[in-house]
Design a protein around this ligand. Structure first.
Ligand code: B12
Ligand code: SF4
Ligand code: SF4
Length: 307
């Protein structure tokens, strides 16, 4: 086993904060057994719907993503935005998607973090970054790193930031001081607010989400028409859904994110009318670098009609 580098958690955090991250955790580059089992059961039950990329079992194998990985470093990006009220004839965009696409934001920051690590250690090729881009169970790694615990809505809850944060990370061959926390700590107690509030009953059990029933899946991932049964229960989202976060007591009285990257662009911080969408269609450049590009304005307009 090599000598640990003098890279303390404090120094790593300092660097992460400088790049715009809100927290960092370090853990071993292994996915906990309990999470592998839950994942395999989830796939077995077909809960991934048409997200066939979720069937790639590399999700549980950090070594396959970065051979020689010893340590995982996970980053938290806090994005909470103002809650937008539903109004008849208008559509709401989920909080995380109103500003810049987080994949792009993270990619740049991770690149800089890795360059810094390489400079500090004098070694090249020692890390690889991910933010949804890799088939890895990111929440399981982050929970193991002590960045939060699983809520019954399946999201990770951070002590300071609640659930309105995004994850990204790197795998590295460096051996760093790691935290390894049990990811099965059930900390929701008797609360069931998220399960009760989900309009489509997508949280079929605590900690179990059935994607086909989830508005977020139907409005972001699926390219099929939304089943009527789900569409008629949609209170007004046209991209993503925040209901199981809005009702979580861990998100109450939390300040809004100060990061400009996540601040609403082009009126996304309000509910949008059909005319707003048509205006956006005429100015596609306004969606440049936005997560909404994934569906395009015509996708949003179609959703608007099926709402
Ligand atoms: C696929 C996916 C989706 C799918 C499926 C969601 C899901 N729960 O799996 C859909 C499209 C529905 C979705 C929606 C959203 N997503 Co998403 N999604 C992902 C993705 C790519 C993979 C998630 C995954 O691995 N699922 C596999 C299943 C098996 O995992 P799981 O449901 O979490 O189950 C775990 C727990 O339930 C736990 N568990 C099981 N039993 C028990 C028992 C106990 C007692 C305990 C404690 C735990 C426990 O074990 C399981 C395995 O770890 C991740 C990014 C990544 N690469 O990891 C982002 C990610 C999870 N999504 C994210 C976000 C922001 C969202 C949305 C909020 C977006 C929106 N506003 O619309 C919604 C929230 C919906 C919800 N309630 O989860 C963030 C979450 C950050 C956080 N705070 O946790 C992630 C991490 C993206 C990122 N890089 O930041 N997403
Ligand atoms: S994102 Fe919306 S539809 Fe999906 S589980 Fe949460 S509340 Fe239900
Ligand atoms: S709403 Fe309640 S049950 Fe759901 S994640 Fe938050 S604390 Fe847990």
């Amino acid at each position: 086993m090599g000598q640990p580098y003098p890279l303390t958690i404090e120094r790593l955090k300092e660097q992460a904060f400088q790049l715009g991250f809100d927290d960092l955790g370090v853990t071993s580059a292994t996915i906990p057994k309990a999470d592998i089992e839950s994942y395999l059961q989830w796939i077995e039950a077909g809960s991934q719907a048409e997200m066939h990329y979720m069937e790639n079992q590399m999700r549980c194998d950090p070594q396959a993503f970065f051979p020689g990985a010893r340590t995982a470093i996970l980053f938290v990006s806090y994005y909470k935005q103002e809650k937008v009220e539903f109004q008849p004839g208008r559509g709401v965009i989920a909080s995380y998607a109103r500003g810049r696409d987080y994949h792009r934001v993270h990619r740049k920051r991770l690149k800089k973090f890795i360059a810094w690590l390489e400079q500090e250690t004098g070694q090249a090729g020692i890390a690889r970054g991910f933010s949804d881009s890799a088939p890895l169970l990111e929440k399981a790694l982050a929970a193991q790193a002590g960045l939060g615990w699983f809520g019954k809505n399946t999201l990770l809850i951070h002590r300071k930031f609640g659930t309105f944060f995004l994850l990204s990370g790197i795998l590295t061959s460096l051996e760093l001081p790691a935290t390894v926390i049990n990811t099965r700590l059930a900390r929701c107690g008797s609360c069931t607010r998220c399960l009760d509030a989900c309009p489509t009953a997508a949280l079929v059990e605590p900690y179990k989400l059935e994607a086909a029933r989830c508005l977020s899946y139907q409005l972001i991932e699926s390219d099929q028409p939304i089943p009527d049964e789900i569409a008629k229960k949609n209170p007004g989202y046209i991209f993503g859904c925040d209901i199981c976060q809005d009702v979580c007591p861990h998100n109450a009285r939390k300040p809004l994110s100060l990061h400009v990257e996540f601040a609403p662009q082009s009126g996304m911080g309000e509910s949008l009318s059909r005319d707003d969408l048509i205006r956006l269609e005429q100015h596609p450049e306004e969606l440049h670098g936005s997560p909404l590009q994934r569906r395009g304005v015509d996708g949003l307009i179609k959703t608007f009609h099926s709402k």
